[in-house]
Design a binder for this molecule. Sequence first.
Ligand code: SAM
Length: 272
Amino acid sequence: MNPALAKDLLTEIGILAKNGKIKNDKIRKYNQIDYFVELMQGVLKEIGDRDEYVILDAACGKSYLSFVLNFYLREILKKKCRFIGVDYSKTVIDASKRIAANLGYNNMEFIKADLTEYTPDVRPDIVISLHACDTATDMALGLGIRSKSRAIVCVPCCHKDILKQYSYEPFEPIMKYGILKARLADTLTDGIRAAYLESVGYRVSMIEYISPLETPKNIMIRAVYTGRESTKARADYENLKEMLHVEPAIERFLRQKIGFKITRQGDNGHEI
Ligand SMILES: C[S@@+](CC[C@H](N)C(=O)[O-])C[C@H]1O[C@@H](n2cnc3c(N)ncnc32)[C@H](O)[C@@H]1O
């Protein structure tokens, strides 16, 4: 999106300087958000036209992504939308509320809550999450699954949880190098997340959404709810757990939540 189109917004959220140029320390952030928003077009198509889009930004931080996406939906696509930003930091929630009030965006609300505790009052159309640290991405995915979001779009941040747990003997000659073990853990973490999402009825795609020169945290997980749970994906997921000796965070968080069983009934009535 041409920043000049959203001058007031980008100035208010601190991306544009007074001279109308993107601040040097915000260029990367803006590029990341811009690509994220561009890639949302495909997801919007997949979930189909809706009277109002409900978007839940999990671990929203200062909500740059939500503000730009809100602008895109409201001002460019002329769609009705409601945004819910959730973060456990009071500072960022207060800042986001202030910005929304200054911009007159009364379709945006911001809630101070832990992602593992929060349940929305409405089924979201899309749960989005950008760079939620380590297992906060699993919490965001879990929140999307629990609330039966029509789509979930996550760009994970660091991957420490599986790294701390996994072992795989045939790969010991490779994993003895810490850096290789860590890089492998990144891939394994996102692969395990994908298998889990597929098992509970999401169609998943993974893309490198932005150049690694912008940020190395550049894998986008896109999941669209189909309601068709996959027994094959469930078996793959269980095999991965066993083979790698891990208990993935996504399952841990969902199990913690009262009333959610890993073998749940999907929209089509099948148990997995
Ligand atoms: C690196 S920041 C990313 C913020 C924003 N999405 C962005 O891209 O600018 C990660 C955010 O996750 C939030 N967070 C981490 N764990 C959380 C949890 N369990 N519940 C809610 N928020 C969490 C932090 O407070 C922080 O604002």
